[in-house]
Design a protein around this ligand. Structure first.
Ligand SMILES: [Zn+2]
Ligand SMILES: [Zn+2]
Length: 241
């Protein structure tokens, strides 16, 4: 686990045949009110928990898990994390919280072919990704987490309930799978995805001043050039109509 800024820690994903999402731990470690952002792929919870423990953070300080969205590479090990941190609440955008609670796994898997492939590969069963959600986010919330203020933005397109967390003081953006380093963006061909929505969401993110970009996969950007997200949005615009 690497400290990125005050109260922001990075736990890199460990990709396999399928990618494992990064996780971020946010909040002041002595605040007793930390949040884990995203979980990861099946089987990728244990090392993340160990990484938190090794850095000296007590699991009892983690009060909630907030999901940027509920694709399999992000919620695959949510069950493992909830076993290790049973007191942690689960916060998800309402557009994906409702299907998740109702056992509708279409968004988690993204496409039918992927569902049967993953169930065979990882020995998972229908219904394994049904979780009660403690708080359904809508976007527009201002969260005070462990002494740090974050804004919640609803950025559909990659998935219907994708959210970003934005820390305005230090200009830090956690955009899930909507925008990455190297001018890459999230795919928009999965169940519930939408190119035009993704274009609008990228345009919304482009209005933010961002110095540090902490995406769901691949490398993080610790000094984002001005206009980076706008350039990325403009580059992809023609493909997103
Ligand atoms: Zn995703
Ligand atoms: Zn992902």
């Amino acid at each position: 686990m690497k400290q990125i800024a005050e109260g922001i820690f990075f736990i890199p994903g460990q990709d396999e045949m399928i990618p494992d999402s990064h996780a971020y731990l946010i909040g002041n470690p002595d605040s007793d009110d930390m949040s884990l952002i995203d979980a990861g792929l099946m089987g990728k919870g244990r090392y993340k928990i160990e990484s938190i423990r090794e850095s000296g953070v007590s699991l009892s300080n983690i009060k909630r898990i907030i999901m940027t969205h509920t694709h399999l590479d992000h919620i695959g090990c949510l069950g493992e994390l909830r076993e290790a941190i049973p007191h942690a609440a689960l916060w998800i955008h309402e557009n994906e919280a409702d299907p998740l609670e109702n056992g509708d796994e279409k968004i988690a898997y993204g496409m039918d072919m992927f569902e049967s492939m993953c169930q065979a590969q990882y020995n998972i069963k229908p219904g394994d990704f049904c979780f009660p959600v403690d708080r359904k986010l809508t976007g527009g919330e201002t969260l005070e987490i462990g002494g740090i203020t974050w804004e919640v933005l609803h950025i559909p397109g990659h998935s219907p309930g994708s959210i970003a967390l934005y820390h305005p003081q230090n200009k830090i953006l956690i955009p899930g799978d909507t925008v990455y380093a190297d001018h890459a963006i999230g795919r928009f061909d999965l169940h519930g995805a939408s190119g035009p929505q993704l274009r609008n969401s990228l345009t919304m993110l482009a209005d933010l001043e961002v110095n540090i970009l902490l995406p769901g996969h691949n490398r993080i950007m610790e000094s984002v050039p001005a206009g980076y997200i706008r350039q990325t949005a403009e580059q992809w615009g023609p493909y997103l109509s």
